[in-house]
Design a protein around this ligand. Structure first.
Ligand SMILES: Nc1ncnc2c1ncn2[C@@H]1O[C@H](COP(=O)(O)OP(=O)(O)OP(=O)(O)O)[C@@H](O)[C@H]1O
Ligand SMILES: O=c1ccn([C@@H]2O[C@H](COP(=O)(O)O)[C@@H](O)[C@H]2O)c(=O)[nH]1
Length: 236
């Protein structure tokens, strides 16, 4: 069966990478994600990836003022590099060819982000992992994912997370929240649905880039989404 999407930008949650741990990376979870990604590579899909840093550091979490916001945000961007390197190793250990590009120069460990180079890698069926977010403070990796998806001309952003779609309210806080099957960008913005940040929704809306939010922890889900099966919530 042909896949619905030929080129995807997969956004993975840093926080989900913790598994049942309180901090850092759960290696079984990491290996599981790598295997899920390999399944879609084997279908000939071109894959770019952005991974968050919430399992290690978020700039905004510094409430006592000990670390200023901009410094904290750079620390968060570095956290995404740690996750990106871990994912790169995990993918390579199962034979997936990857390249890591960073929005902040760190030549010993990653290529600098160069859009044309990224596209060339994708054309050669290499997975490209985009680290260090947008390279700018006051943003998030959701916005970085939207930006990179537009730049590489992806057909869709697939936000793999630990909830199975977008709800009327955060389902981890409100047991009465109801799931949307389909929703518009504007509705997400108007209803302030915090599954992604508003900058990311706005960027996707302006560029007509669809988003699918789905549960990455349910085995086989990524492949199902790529094949066009009804999984998660579609934002368009
Ligand atoms: N309306 C909503 N529908 C669904 N989930 C929501 C909603 N509002 C808030 N959330 C929360 O958004 C979270 C998104 O989690 P996720 O860990 O993917 O985000 P993230 O901040 O991008 O992660 P990280 O920074 O760790 O990479 C879900 O776990 C869920 O609890
Ligand atoms: O473009 C960006 C992306 C990220 N940051 C900082 O990194 C952390 C971790 O990213 P998450 O999206 O929250 O996982 C984020 O909280 C920011 O502090 C950034 O500054 N710019």
């Amino acid at each position: 069966m042909a896949t619905k999407y030929k080129r995807i930008l997969l956004k993975l949650s840093g926080e989900s990478l913790m598994g049942d741990r309180e901090f850092g990376i759960d290696h079984q979870r990491l290996a599981r994600y790598a295997n899920e990604i390999k399944q879609v590579i084997d279908e000939g899909v071109s894959v770019g990836i952005v991974i968050g840093g919430g399992n290690i550091f978020r700039g905004i979490q510094q409430v006592d003022g000990a670390i200023d916001r901009v410094q904290g945000d750079y620390m968060g961007m570095l956290a995404t590099m740690i996750n990106s390197m871990a994912l790169q190793s995990s993918l390579e250990s199962i034979g997936v060819i990857t390249r890591l590009q960073s929005a902040i120069k760190m030549e010993q460990i990653a290529e600098p982000f160069i859009k044309r180079r990224a596209v060339r890698h994708l054309e050669k069926n290499r997975v490209v992992i985009f680290g260090a977010g947008t390279g700018n403070p006051y943003f998030t990796t959701d916005t970085a994912a939207s930006l990179r998806a537009i730049e590489i001309n992806a057909d869709v952003i697939l936000k793999g997370t630990r909830v199975d779609g977008i709800y009327t309210a955060d389902p981890e806080k409100d047991p009465n929240a109801k799931k949307y099957e389909n929703i518009t960008y504007q509705q997400c913005i108007d209803e302030d649905l915090n599954i992604m940040d508003m900058t990311a929704f706005t960027l996707c809306k302006e560029n007509e880039l669809p988003i699918v939010v789905f549960d990455m922890d349910s085995g086989g889900n990524l492949l199902k989404v790529v094949k066009g099966e009804k999984v998660g919530t579609l934002v368009s």
